[in-house]
Write a protein that binds this ligand. Sequence first.
Ligand code: SAM
Length: 426
Amino acid sequence: MASLGRHIIVEYYDCAPEALNDVTHIEKSMEGAAVEAGATIINSTFHHFSPYGVSGVVVIEESHLAIHTWPEYGYASVDLFTCGESVDPWVSYQYLKEAFKAAHGSAVELKRGELALLSKKDFDIHQLRDEKSTDAGEPIRTRDVWFTERDDKIALSMKHNGKLYDQQSAFQRVEVYETQAYGNMLTLDGMVMTTEKDEYVYHEMIAHVPVLTHPNPKRVLIIGGGDGGTAREILRHTDLEEVVMVEIDEKVIEACKLHLPNIASALDDPRLDLIVDDGIKYVNEAPDGSFDVVIVDSTDPVGPAEGLFSIDFYKEVYRILSPNGVMVTQSESPRFNNKVFKEVYQVYRSIFGLDKVHCYLAYIPTYPTGMWSFSYSTKGASHPLKGFDLNKSKEFAEKNGLNYYNEDVHSAAFALPNFVKQMIDQ
Ligand code: SAM
């Protein structure tokens, strides 16, 4: 390598003005261009000027990509700066040309930091190295690095010390971050799935509410739940005869066993029948009435999980439930994804019946808006509150040293604010 870096100075002409004024599109395109070229994104920031025009930077481990747009001229100027051999900036050039529908582009490549012109300074390099650099001297990102999950209106950011796991599976990008405030954190396709610090809220609420309210639960099926937290909580119920978990992505299981061992602690439990397969296929092939509790611990309705939010899937769940069977799903946030929230409750009600579907809430700081919901649908006489044995719940929570769930939280969780009631009744 004759130089430290390659700097391609790019001009895109006759682009689609609306594309050059769409900050979300530009951000997605610039991040996509980085990933396509083989770069690892550290962080990015984009700004939409008023009345128009966008500026933004994507910081990558291999340097940066930057853009400034003039929609009124259909013109964008872009800097593609990379160091090292692993990233090809020309791939980004072509990717962005298509993304901005540029009629034509011109580009000049400059070698930056020509080694022939540089001489290594004679000083103790170790003094420069921050304490986190690896012994081999590879740079590791310093402290001010933020993970951000965002949609086009809101975002959640967490400082982290780096990535512990990063693999593209057949279904999704599986990443584990070492966050500073919430411990290790699993993300799938850039969305927070679980963190060591607040996982118990989600896992205790999705597991104990159905099992402690079903009259006589023996067989439980978990769809998804690859981090293992739901299985861990379910296996606290020692009277159960069978617990089956069907997770589609073995990379999720691998990542969690390696970097979230407390959450994944039950994944090797001999009482757990762990199957790596599509949960939709498993449910379609399961016999009628074969489970007392079915828990759908899925990601958001995207990618492999899209079908887990479909009416056909829920009808099949209804079929495989025993007479008093209960289905509990993570039903998104009434605050964050209210369209999906409203739709799924109408679907649950159309299958289980109006008075057989209940919603309960819990507060998970690392989920969008922090307000998350679970649906509770029953085929028979089970009810989340009527006949609910407070003492059994209290004893169970105390005996297991639970962090969130108890008999009062159970009851309170079904007390819904008016705006949520209205969304469900619509
Ligand atoms: N608590 C998280 C949430 O609310 O977003 C979900 C956690 S869990 C990690 C979700 C799991 O569902 C993922 O491991 C994902 O691979 C799995 N999954 C998605 N679609 C699936 C499918 N069709 N069958 C089985 N598992 C699926």
